[in-house]
Design a protein around this ligand. Structure first.
Ligand SMILES: [Cu+2]
Length: 178
């Protein structure tokens, strides 16, 4: 009985930990610039390609430079079937640029992520806006609508309940054996 309970508990924790809500969501299958690209000149646009159609709605693309400035002309991305794009201002300092996206999946759920590329030669552009990264690039998270800490608290609460139950069961069995 005790083994069964512990097994069940582990299964529950596993489901909580691994059961991401990102099951049938759109997945990024390609980008221009490509992930990890080394570019000597900045791109004029960013195009992200997904494995399924993207819904019209609040689709966002941001391009955040090594200094935290934003380089996307507008974070309101243009949707065309399974691609999402936005135009980019001439880039500035050399370094790593992060393309952040948050798009509406075919199933209506938001999906977010990042693609980084490196500008190897500084451009002459100025950021569209400066300051700390906001929007998808700075939001973090794993693509679901539920922040990570909610999952962690859930697991801890479940673990706590499980330990109490297992201890009680153990005590009762010992009593019964006496
Ligand atoms: Cu979904």
């Amino acid at each position: 009985m005790r083994k069964l309970l512990i097994g069940g508990l582990l299964a529950a924790v596993g489901v909580l930990a691994l059961g991401t809500p990102a099951f049938a969501h759109d997945v990024l299958v390609g980008s221009d610039p490509a992930r990890g690209a080394q570019l000597s000149a900045g791109p004029t646009s960013v195009v992200l390609t997904f494995n399924a159609r993207v819904q019209t709605g609040p689709n966002e693309i941001t391009v955040v430079g090594p200094d935290g400035g934003h380089w996307e002309d507008t974070s309101k991305a243009t949707v065309d079937g399974d691609t999402v794009s936005t135009s980019v201002a001439p880039l500035g300092p050399a370094g790593v640029y992060t393309i952040g996206y948050r798009i509406i999946s075919a199933d209506g759920h938001p999906v977010q992520g990042e693609v980084q590329f490196t500008l190897t030669r500084a451009g002459t552009g100025k950021p569209v806006s400066s300051g700390p990264a906001t929007g998808p690039a700075g939001a973090g998270g794993s693509g679901g609508g539920v922040p990570v800490w909610v999952w962690i608290v859930g697991v801890l609460v479940l673990l706590g309940i499980g330990v109490v139950v297992v201890l009680r069961m153990g005590r009762r069995t010992e009593d019964a054996q006496r």
